[in-house]
Ligand binder design. Sequence first.
Ligand code: PA5
Length: 445
Amino acid sequence: MSVRLNANYLSSFVSAEELTNIQPQVTLAHDLLTSRAGAGNDFLGWTTLPVDYDKEEFARIKAAAAKIQKSCDIFIAIGIGGSYLGARAVIEFVKSPLYNNTKKDTPDIYYAGNNISAFAIDELLKICEGKDICINVISKSGTTTEPAVAFRVFRALLEQKYGVEGARERIFVTTDKARGTLKHFSDEAGYETFVVPDDVGGRFSVLTAVGLLPIAVAGIDIDGLMQGAAAAMEAYKNPDLNANDCYKYAAIRNILYRKGKTTEILVGYEPYQTMLNEWWKQLYGESEGKDQRGIFPASVIFSTDLHSLGQYIQDGNRNLFETVIAIEESPVIYPIPNDPANIDGLNFLSGMDLNLVKKTAMQATLLAHVDGGVPNMLIELHDKSAYSLGYLIYFFELACAISGYILGVNPFNQPGVEAYKKNMFALLGKPGYEDMRAELEARLG
Ligand code: PA5
């Protein structure tokens, strides 16, 4: 098993009786999900995706990735939120956050359309100078402002550099199957398109073409990723909390939440986990944060953040709990060098594998935080392979759905993200928003 939940350090915060008591709610959540009778039931495509995916498209993804690898130095994934976080999380976790700086025979990968920054666009355009480029615009709606603006910029760059015909071979579009302006535009322009399935929301879409094409371009084993997810899908069919670590994680989160632990911190000890934390924050934040409810998802990378947020976690407001991802195997062993002068007094560590120091730091921190009143649980992950990560992705997605149903929200909608967009469009002068603009401008003075 690639993922195990270790709840041994929770005994002073969550009792066996509390777990027994929440079982009926877990079973109800399981029944709602599996019978497809719960809220948001038209967005459950992700539940069977690891086995029930479009095999013909999967083959096209691999072929497109091979073509991209041959024809460009730089590949730009244009998307925001659920349309980019999953791909970046997998690429940085399985490869490296320094992927672009490593020796490799795959293209450098950059991300655009995930911000509203003139500086970021300009910087990436400069990086592209003199390089061969391919782009993948990823947008289910096709009308999201940030990626739409970036697509305008990089499509124009490609057409200028390669001509309209040449650019056509370098533009890949992942969008809605039939509806939406981007699909029509792409078909007319002759771009190769991939599908964001109707029944899969953005934050649950990493195992569709949304994530898989950029991940395959990075040279990652997408078969392994899907196989890991499929193994998790098989492992978590029994709603009994004694037999299901995924549901147990969902249950414990809700027990802690009801005791005032309103912030969950996802903890990693490897910098390559940083973007996985960002993907997880969107998954849980957008799924559960609604109806004036929900655990606030935060994240840290230790030991880095022990030197910044460690004080707060140890000793600040006691509304926190931590979920630590402990990765058991490292592909690298690194013995600490000896220093004959021993100027730092650390020669007792000479020759010790840095992985052991990391593990010890984790154990020490765990005990200190538990003593400080912060409930801690561990998600033990076998290694950083595509297979194990696929397993973990499905674990988190399924736990999120179950947790959301226990909480009593629809985990698959995101009505709250529209509020700022309406204000922004009104203030920017979008036709049809005139009255709203006047009202907002009056409020802004
Ligand atoms: O999870 C979500 O639904 C969002 O994060 C969307 O993925 C994000 O807003 C991008 O939307 P779109 O793919 O339509 O451009």
